[in-house]
Design a binder for this molecule. Structure first.
Ligand code: UDB
Ligand code: ZN
Length: 181
């Protein structure tokens, strides 16, 4: 299994606007994405994570592993459904008005120090892109936790980190109209 070097938030890679991948998409990128999915899946195996000293990850973007191009992987199980995607050139094509948040806030594989605070995201999104798992253009309809993961990864491709979205004056403010996920 490929063991990725994950760059920290202090590295300029995490602040860059990643570049679109031009078509035809190189096999090298497709294979890297499949490796990223495999990495995430394995990282969620307790024994494997301890043995390799890695954190259980649900998403990983290209710039986190030192490639400043627009692609990311996600792997998670949510209410018995498997969300397994490797997306090239993802685009958010629509969003709900309703916002959502994780009550314990967010973390990041590139961030070691805790940043307490609520991160508001869209509760539902439609995301288009080329998926390497199915090898075709897809439009995903995501809501709740999977939608939060996809937005977190999408932010990475624009050089944004979760703590940029925390309200500085009132980090723990709960918007009564937002959905707790
Ligand atoms: C994560 N993992 O991977 F519900 F098996 C976080 C870290 C930062 C804590 C490692 C996570 O939420 N793991 C998890 C959750 C479960 C079940 C399970 C594992 N990310 C991804 C990331 O940093 N990508 O760039 C942070 C998440 C915070 C909100 C969405 C993504
Ligand atoms: Zn992250």
């Amino acid at each position: 299994m490929k063991d990725f070097k994950i760059y920290p938030d202090t590295h300029p890679y995490l602040r860059c606007k990643c570049e679109e991948v031009s078509s035809p998409f190189p096999n090298e990128i497709k294979n890297t994405l499949l490796d990223m999915i495999e990495y995430l899946k394995l990282s969620q195996d307790n024994e494997y994570a301890i043995k390799h000293n890695i954190r259980p990850g649900v998403g990983l973007s290209a710039n986190q592993i030192g490639i400043t191009k627009r692609f990311f992987a996600m792997y998670l199980l949510d209410s018995d459904k498997e969300y397994k995607y490797g997306l090239i050139n993802p685009k958010i094509i629509s969003t709900s008005v309703t916002k959502a948040y994780l009550p314990s806030g967010e973390g990041c594989l590139s961030v070691i120090t805790p940043h307490p605070g609520i991160v508001y995201r869209y509760f539902k999104i439609k995301m288009a892109g080329f998926d390497v798992v199915t090898n075709k253009e897809v439009t995903l309809s995501l809501q709740g936790y999977p939608a939060i993961v996809a937005q977190h990864e999408y932010d990475h491709l624009n050089g944004l980190l979760f703590y940029d979205r925390i309200n500085k004056d009132n980090p723990l403010y709960i918007d009564p109209d937002a959905v707790e996920v």
